[in-house]
Design a protein around this ligand. Structure first.
Ligand code: GLP
Length: 260
């Protein structure tokens, strides 16, 4: 796992965007795993800027969302399908039919989750998966206790996650209790994981998943088993890492040609 500590979320967005740009220029029909939450927004802003100002094209790219709420009416402003459309895909030239999300309102949730897994495989698998991390160490909506081998399925949100996400709704009562999410096994199948986090509120979660034991109690710790996981965080999110100086030293001395 590579840990990169940068001064600001703008820098984090730019570095993650560099990696996505390199991927897309090398493989125009790349498959990108799209995350919601506030952490990835600087990435989407930067990619949208490069599209508008520098002609970076996503015309052949496919996108797969990480997760979705269950029970929000179609088109709900906070449904992740809408968030991803608004924050990213509508701002670039990704074809609408190439943007996929798990179906949180299917009558047959299990079949819908399997269909989602099948669609990822049919697209050739995810080349680069963007991730954030919850304050309790969740990735996607894989809450503590999630099987480290899990696939896309329905989950019940931890109360802490409902509270954390209440800021996007008028009140906590409106935050759904259920979600569908790519599993930890699904996420681990992506060829490159890029997790971004910023702010002191993430410092405990970052310390736990980067330097703690690999455990279902801290789902993001599964990244320690991935052969290509990049964690890009700001100073505040890195503030509790025992090895911060080592990570900084490694990155400062990294040959530029290696990228991330
Ligand atoms: C939600 C999403 C996660 C995201 C997390 C953190 O729970 N399902 O994918 O990583 O929020 O969000 P934020 O980046 O806003 O802190």
């Amino acid at each position: 796992m590579e840990v990169i500590i940068l001064p600001s979320s703008k820098d984090i967005g730019a570095l993650a965007a560099d990696s996505i740009e390199a991927l897309v220029r090398n493989k125009p029909n790349a498959v990108i795993g799209l995350a919601t939450g506030s952490s990835p927004l600087p990435i989407y802003d930067e990619l949208a800027r490069r599209h508008t100002e520098e002609g970076l094209s996503f015309a052949q790219v496919s996108g797969f969302a990480l997760d979705e709420y269950v029970g929000l009416p179609e088109g709900h402003y906070e449904s992740y399908r809408e968030v991803i459309r608004r924050e990213f895909t509508n701002r670039v030239d990704v074809a609408a039919e190439n943007v996929h999300g798990p179906n949180g309102s299917s009558q047959d949730v299990e079949a819908a989750c399997q269909a989602y897994e099948d669609a990822i495989v049919a697209a050739g698998g995810i080349d680069l998966q963007i991730l954030g991390v919850g304050t309790n160490g969740h990735i996607g909506f894989n809450e503590p206790g999630s099987s480290l081998a899990s696939r896309t399925r329905i989950k019940t949100l931890a109360e802490q996650t409902r509270q954390d996400n209440a800021r996007f709704f008028d009140s906590i009562a409106q935050v759904p209790h259920h979600v569908v999410t790519q599993g930890l096994g699904t996420i681990m199948d992506a060829r490159h994981l890029v997790l971004v986090a910023s702010g002191a509120g993430k410092a405990d979660a970052v310390r736990a998943f980067v330097e703690g034991p690999v455990s279902a109690s801290c789902p993001a710790s599964i990244l320690q088993f991935h052969r290509r996981a990049t964690v890009i965080i700001d100073e505040a999110a890195a503030s509790k890492l025992a090895g911060a100086a080592t990570y900084r030293h490694a990155y400062d001395n990294k040959p530029v040609w290696q990228g991330i």
